[in-house]
Structure formats: structure tokens, C-alpha cells
Write a protein that binds this ligand. Sequence first.
Ligand code: GLN
Length: 305
Amino acid sequence: MKELLETVVKDCGYTWRQGQVATYIPELAKARADATGIAVCDLSSGLSGAGDTDFAFTMQSVSKVVSLALALSECGEEKVFSAVGMDPLADPFNSIMRLEMDAPHRPHNPLINSGAIVVLSLLPWKESSQRIAAVSAMAARMTGRKAVAVNEAVYLSEKGTSDRNRALAWFLKSVGNLEGDIEDILDAYFRQCSLEVTCEDLAVLGATLAADGTNPVTGERVVSPEVARVVRTIMATCGMYDGSGEFAVSVGIPAKSGVGGGIAAAVPGRMGIGTCGPALDRKGNSVAGLAMLKRLSEELKLRIY
Ligand code: GLN
């Protein structure tokens, strides 16, 4: 496996040149654009990786998988999916247009920004500090790490440039679809996006979902098989935003991307895959990550469709 991953990095790494690091969160613009890493956590043979497996980056939208798993476990499917939909959207992840146009003005799915903000508001903790503690504890259980910490510089940078996310949240409040202390919920959102990981962490996170909710490294049951199934399904339909359909055809694996350059993928019953590559395409998905996942999916026949 290690040899294959090294070939994948060698053959696909150069694609970073076709992308650009996110700049709308100033701190993310400082990332090394050419960092490229991939890790696989195979359910029978364990972890292997190649390239920049030590490169640390913030989870950004990959964290939405963690908060969704937590909300489903704490509140149940019915409550979560009465507050957010479960359909893909052909608009960018932070678009406000459909939220306003489509009654009942509910986020279309939990993996776009508005949906993730609503998911956080459902968690049964009142304060931002308690919510983020619960999300980061869930991230630690899914990745098999002792702790997953917030990168303070990225958090402050996102918080300082958060007009769009604030607009989404306050709009939702104005139509009665977001309850609680809005600024406090937003604070937890900015912190969860700033949780810092490596591609190895994302491989284990993906493997936990691939193994129906049991972390294959620690052996801990983190979420129920039903929650893992629902999360994988939402990843498959909505995980790459408005690039989800194309990704389903070309790669064919449930996956979730983030503008920090990470992608976590879960191949049911087989493996989790984590990639990093901060240079993004126009939809906010890692260019090198997409190329590496496509190649690996072809080599190992991973498509689930
Ligand atoms: N923190 C980012 C934002 O809110 C997350 C978006 C993403 O990773 N696509 O804009």
C-alpha cells in the first residue's frame, strides 16, 4: 500500500498548480500551496501514508461531518432532519440565495455552512465553550487522537472575516429557523472549522465511518452503525458541495472536503482515506486531493456505485 500511495503522490502532486489556496480567510492564504499528502487506514491492515503526512491544516468543512455525527447521536435523526434538509445543492457552500428563495428557508443539507450552523445550535449544550468541547472530543474519538485542538490564529482570522457566515445565521434567525445565542453559536462554528489535523487523522476518521462507527485504531465504538450510515450517505450526496455529482461519477466514494485543503473519505467495509493539498479548485475542493482520490479509486476499485 505504501508504495502505491507514494506513486499516487508522485503522479498527482503536481496538480496543485491548477488550484489556489483559500484567501477569504486571510490566515489560510499562508498555507504551503504545494503540500501534498495521502493516508489510508485500511480496516484490516491499518495505517499507511505518503507525501506530507505531517502537514497540519484546519478541518474547515470536514468538521461538519463530526458535528453532524455528534448531533445525530445526541438528538436523533428526526430532530436533525427537521431542522436541515438532506438534499444536495448546486450552489456554493456559503451561498445565501436558496436559503431565502426556497420556503421553508431551511438549510438544504448539514454540510453547507448554513446547515452546519443550525446543526451546532441543536446540540444540547448552551455555551460555545461546551459545544466546541463536545465537537472536539468527538473529533478526537473519530480520529483516534488524545485531543484535537483549535488553531487559534485561523479561528481569529475566520472570526474577523465572517460577514457571510454571520449573514447566513442572522437570516436564519429572522425567519425563525435558528434558535439560541447567535454569536455564541457562530463562535463555536468558527472554532470547529479551525480544529487542526493531518491527513492521517482524516484517514482514521474516514475509517471510523467506513467501519460502521467503530474506530479501527482504538477499537472504540464512537457512533452507532445507523449514524455512520446516515453520515456516509450525506457525504456521498453533499460532501463535495456543488462538485458532489461530478465526484460521485469520477471517484465514487462518500467524502467530505474543507477549504483548509483536506478531504476525508470512507469506503464502506474497506478503508478510510485522508488527503491534504491546500490549493483548491473554484468550488473549494483540494485539486491534488481530488486527483489522488480518483487515482486511488481506480487502482483499488473503490467505487461504491
Ligand atoms: N470555515 C469555512 C467557512 O465557513 C468552511 C468552508 C469550507 O471548508 N468549505 O467559510
